[in-house]
Design a protein around this ligand. Structure first.
Ligand code: GLC
Length: 796
């Protein structure tokens, strides 16, 4: 017996096992990667998931035993035992250690409560955007998307919610995803040292248990369930400059020229709310931006892209075309009595689109044509928790009514039209709050894809939910200019990445307050490896362009940003990996070294992909850094010096983040450009090995979706040193030809070099060169003409 009453019967279909109770239902399903899904609901009132895009598979009969009230499923990841009478469940992982026991699900007037015994597990990560400690063991977290400027360490909840927890330690790993978009809480052993207590205000209990051999497998499977990060345009990897706000036009142009004159690379300029007329979405301020088309043309000519902010609040103003058209199409959120919900945001009194239904999303998406026609390149969706200034709970009234599509998991145009035939139903805001921002980002992305079908849009969002990586990149909101926040940014990136959202960044320098020149440079250093790399600051903050602090900082900042641009081929390839595998680019050490106990404690150094280990300086006044290098040999990125595993202290003067490459890595870099729209001359392969090495890189046109039709180049390279000969073998796939003129190889300098002969072998013949020895920082560089048909380089 449980709060749903007696179990009356079990029923089995190929894809599910149903348990029927006096006042509810439970359902067990299996997904292809071995994920097991348990739904428990009162009545039959189920909401389709906003997060999950995968579908259950037939439950393999051989692995299933069904009794009168019990079900056992045995899979490669472990055994799942359900005792449906009491709504209890245990997962015994393959390793046999740290099983997970659900001690029932109780429903009451205030929502549902579920308790899990964790049997000694002590390491939990994920939970998305939280300022709680890196390891969530011993903490309490709330999921309720909230706008809280100048948040502090341990302040909770924030802008986005991802109810995914990753248990990982050397004994084993699993993930749990509790899919629910109302207010939920996670007491991760804060009250009882061996128990997780989960509550949800509304809706069903939706538990996904994700088994896996290691944390990377679990994170990968979670991304199969909820979708992969979109592949952004290449320019979105460049350095981006923002403030609240750059205006008028003349100042924006002056900013752009400032970058080019100072020879500091930059790709994107952001326009915050002051570009609009009275903060009204899809307008230009006639006073500050009288000739936006001309301004955009000039910026494009200088190699810049432009991203404008768009908030959900639409000014309630007669005659304002966006308001009028939305009223006519009835797209705005209503109260239960049928009147519109209104609230104060930047423009004053506003109405808000109901992004939960397709009609509104289409209406919203089509509004972007206005800005695209001027040449705006990307869009920044803000205030979409949603944030409302004058409402008592700072968001919509909880009883506001949304018309929710049943066909949530549509990803493309065909599916969208299919979903038209599906049902829609009403949901109160309280039940779907955490998905509002995600649905706004979705409406934006889908609209842009309809308007410019072959371009990859950049959508940035502040609020999001699990699965939101399918629609937008995110940033960590209104942080603060302090070293504590710099440290926090990294720990947030790590957990957000583990929660399925690799494309993340923080306001470089801190949004509120003014960073010291030192703090700003240190934050830029972290920015080099932040997937999303944007400086942004609050209204009336002091200038924060990379040259604003004068020398020596201008030079230091230039060198830091140059490094980002030199690393672009490698970074882009890691973005592609994240897009393919769901694994974050910025990752905690334990993702690659799960057997290393130490790696579970470190949130002040990180891996970028498989090759790089980065240890940023996160304290004021420090010019040395203690770094832990996990198993194997490493090489300093700067001079190729070989370093063994373990703890070491390294010099880290301002501008020089300690960066290491795993011995055996070949890293793809390129010669300097001022923006990604410039073609770099030389592709530079840096070999971090004395004997054997390998690496791979991915190239495409950076803007279109043609890569899906084979217009890409995947380059694999293996390096081998024999006697006095060094050989690089290339494997190429795809028919895209990058525009490089030269290919250079940099190899750590040793006595056995210099080379006398260099041979570039291509499918159409060999060419011999007398290599030009160019010794820089311990590396010897040899340059050849670039050939898209390259097979091998032999150096003797
Ligand atoms: C919010 C955003 C911030 C933006 C400001 C004005 O505070 O988080 O990034 O600058 O609104 O639009």
């Amino acid at each position: 017996m449980n709060t749903l009453g007696n179990l009356s019967k079990l029923e089995q279909t190929p894809k599910a096992i149903f348990a029927h109770y006096d006042s509810g239902e439970a359902r067990i399903e299996v997904f292809k990667s071995g994920i097991v899904h348990l739904t428990v609901m009162r009545g039959k009132d189920e909401m389709k998931s906003f997060a999950v895009i995968d579908s259950p598979v037939d439950i393999p009969a051989s692995s299933m035993k069904i009794g009168k009230a019990d079900v056992e499923l045995a899979g490669p990841g472990g055994t799942f035992n359900f005792h449906l009478e009491n709504l209890e469940f245990s997962f015994i992982p393959k390793s046999g250690v740290n099983s997970l026991d659900l001690k029932g699900v109780q429903f009451s007037d205030t929502g549902l409560v579920a308790e899990f015994d964790i049997h000694g597990a002590r390491n939990f990560y994920g939970l998305g955007e939280k300022t709680l400690p890196f390891n969530k063991y011993g903490t309490r977290a709330t999921m309720w998307n909230s706008d809280f400027p100048a948040y502090t360490v341990r302040f909770d909840p924030l802008y986005e919610s991802i109810p995914f927890l990753l248990k990982s330690d050397p004994q084993g790993t699993y993930g749990i995803f509790l899919d629910n978009t109302s207010r939920t809480t996670f007491d991760v052993c804060a009250t009882d040292s061996d128990q997780i207590v989960y509550t949800a205000k509304e809706g069903a209990f939706e538990l996904y248990v994700i088994p896996g051999k290691n944390p990377a497998e679990v994170v990968g499977k979670f991304s199969e369930l909820t979708g992969k990060m979109h592949m952004p345009p290449l320019w979105a990897l460049g350095y981006q400059q923002s403030r609240w706000s750059y205006y008028p036009e003349a100042r924006v142009l002056e900013l752009a020229r400032g970058f080019r004159e100072n020879k500091i690379p930059c790709d994107v300029i952001y326009l915050d709310i002051d570009y609009m007329n009275g903060y009204k979405c899809f307008t230009w301020s006639p006073k500050n931006f009288p000739t936006p088309k001309e301004m955009l043309d000039t910026l494009h000519g200088l190699g810049f892209k432009v991203v404008t902010i768009i908030d959900p609040g639409i000014k309630d103003e007669k005659g304002y075309d966006v308001f009028e058209s939305g009223m006519k199409d009835s797209v705005f959120v209503k109260k239960p009595d049928g009147s519109h919900f209104t609230g104060q945001v930047w423009p004053g009194k506003c109405v808000f689109p109901d992004f939960f239904n397709e009609k509104t999303r289409k209406w919203w998406g089509s509004q972007y044509k206005f800005l695209l026609d001027y040449g705006v390149d990307g869009f920044w969706n803000d205030m979409n928790e949603p944030s409302v200034f004058d409402s008592p709970n700072k968001t919509f009234d909880l009883d506001v009514v949304h018309l929710v599509d049943e066909g949530q998991s549509v990803e493309n145009e065909e599916q969208i039209s299919e979903s038209k035939t599906q049902m829609e139903k009403f949901a109160r805001h309280v039940a779907v709050h955490n998905a509002y921002g995600m649905q706004m980002a979705r409406a934006t992305r889908e609209g842009l894809e309809r308007l410019e079908p072959n371009l990859r849009p950049l959508v940035l969002t502040r609020a999001n939910y699990a699965g939101g990586q399918r629609y937008a990149a995110m940033w960590t909101g209104d942080n603060f200019a302090s070293f504590a926040h710099l440290r926090l940014a990294l720990s947030m990136f790590l957990n957000i990445g583990l929660s399925g959202q690799p494309f993340v960044g923080s306001d470089v320098g801190g949004f509120i307050g003014d960073p010291s020149p030192e703090l700003f440079s240190r934050w830029l250093e972290l920015g080099v490896f932040s997937p999303f790399f944007r400086t942004h600051s609050v209204i009336n903050s002091k200038p924060r362009e990379p040259w604003a602090f004068g020398e020596p900082y201008t030079g230091i900042n230039r060198n830091i940003i140059d490094r980002r641009y030199e690393l672009i081929p490698e970074l882009y390839s890691e973005f592609k990996n994240a897009h393919d595998t769901g694994l974050p680019m910025v990752r905690p050490l334990f993702l690659n070294y799960p057997e290393d106990q130490k790696s579970y404690e470190l949130s002040d150094e990180f891996l970028f992909g498989d090759k790089f280990l980065v240890a940023p300086v996160l304290d004021s006044g420090k010019v040395k850094r203690n770094v832990y290098l996990p198993s194997g040999n490493w090489m300093s990125f700067y001079d190729g010096k070989l370093i063994s595993e373990g703890w070491h202290e390294f010099d880290a003067p301002l501008g020089m983040t300690p960066i290491f490459v795993k011995d055996g890595g070949v890293v793809f870099t390129q010669s300097l450009v001022q923006s990604t729209s410039d073609q770099a001359d030389t592709l530079i392969l840096k070999v971090f090995s004395m004997k054997r090495g390998k690496g791979s890189a991915y190239f495409d046109d950076g803007v279109t979706r043609d890569y899906r039709d084979g217009k890409y180049l995947a380059m694999d390279v293996t390096f081998g040193a024999e006697d006095k000969t060094d050989v690089l073998d290339f494997g190429l796939k795809g028919d895209y030809v990058p525009g490089y003129k030269f290919i250079a190889v940099e190899i750590p300098f040793t006595e056995r070099i210099p080379y006398h002969d260099g041979v570039l072998e291509t499918v159409s013949g060999n060419q011999t060169f007398a290599p030009v020895r160019d010794e820089r920082n311990g590396f010897m560089r040899v340059t050849f003409p670039f050939s898209p048909k390259i097979k091998r380089i032999v150096l003797k």
